[in-house]
Design a protein. Structure first.
Length: 336
């Protein structure tokens, strides 16, 4: 189920075998999502209620007089799926270029702007984008007219991670195993992409996860410990999202990165890290201070109310982390 960012009652149900439904009253009444294609990905527009993009894969039945080619196509609608218009093909990732923050602050971004990563040269079956197999043939493009025309924004840009404030692009390294990371902000309409500045030890990352942007800073989890370990490092940025410094090392990643924001305490985050003597650490004040709660217990008499609440939150979050099977809603993987 996918809920609209513009209308809480508007939901889309993506089912199996191309059977999809839409409701404008929280499911009280539903109707088929008209597409004529097997929709596998659906993305609402950030500010236009009735606009959406959707991706669908071709099938061999569509190729009657020519060899079968399987690839991902991209469509858009302006009327909640009553009518769809084809945009482009061999697509790997896509995002709307508009932003709720840009819209509210009067930053001029066309509602029609989209970002797409695609292989513009392929004429055969589309290669699937897989972790540890980044493609040098895929590039990032943007368009302000639903792909009637398009401009290359970044060569070898494979995947797009976007929030209202920031956009991050993973670019294939020459070895097709590591990635280079580029970022931009809503102030430039997300077009001013530049390489992020990371410490030397982060250069070997094979993928990254955007953890949190709520404090006007970015927490990134990088898998930079080698392919055989379940650990990585969390880095924190400046407000521009360009310069990063190490915040916490040896953070554990299972099905999701063990990193959570404490919603009742601004600037407080909880993470699990590997250490011979301690496992759970808390980062306070945006990562400026971190240490185990066992370390802090020595100074328990100096704890204030916020410290006590944070300790209780840590216990609750640790229990919830251990039992969850899904991904933190704040975490977005770069891999397909």
């Amino acid at each position: 189920m996918i809920q609209s960012p513009n209308d809480d009652q508007l939901v889309v149900f993506l089912g199996t075998n191309g059977i999809n439904w839409i409701s404008e009253d929280c499911g009280a009444n539903i109707k088929a999502l008209n597409s004529g294609k097997r929709i596998l990905e659906f993305l609402y527009h950030p500010t236009q209620r009735n606009w959406a993009m959707a991706a669908s894969w071709t099938s061999c039945a569509e190729f009657v007089d020519e060899p079968c080619r399987i690839y991902k196509e991209l469509y858009y609608t302006k009327d909640l799926g009553e009518n769809w218009t084809y945009m482009t093909n061999y697509v790997f990732d896509f995002e709307w270029g508009q932003s709720t923050i840009a819209h509210s602050e009067g930053v001029d971004i066309p509602d029609e702007r989209i970002f797409v990563t695609r292989d513009a040269t392929s004429k055969t079956h589309q290669a699937f984008s897989k972790r540890m197999n980044w493609s040098l043939a895929v590039d990032l493009y943007y368009s302000d007219d639903f792909y009637d025309s398009a401009t290359m924004a970044l060569e070898q840009g494979n995947t797009i991670i976007k929030t209202p404030q920031y956009m991050f692009i993973s670019c294939a390294h020459g070895d097709q195993t590591r990635v280079k990371i580029y970022s931009s902000t809503y102030r430039s309409g997300f077009k001013n992409l530049k390489a992020v500045r990371l410490p030397q030890e982060a250069a070997a990352t094979t993928t990254f996860t955007l953890m949190d942007t709520s404090e006007k800073q970015v927490f990134l989890f990088l898998e930079n410990k080698g392919l055989s370990t379940p650990f990585g490092s969390v880095y924190i940025s400046d407000e521009s999202g360009r310069a990063f410094a190490l915040s916490l090392d040896n953070v554990i990643k299972g099905t999701a990165v063990d990193f959570e924001r404490v919603t009742s305490l601004d600037g407080t985050f909880i993470a699990n890290k590997y250490s011979p003597n301690m496992m759970t650490q808390m980062m306070k004040n945006g990562g400026a201070r971190h240490g185990s709660m066992d370390d802090w217990a020595d100074n328990e008499l100096e704890w204030d109310e916020a410290d006590i609440i944070a300790e209780e939150a840590r216990k609750a979050a640790h229990t919830r982390m251990g039992g969850r099977g899904g991904m933190n809603s704040k975490q977005r993987e770069t891999e397909d």
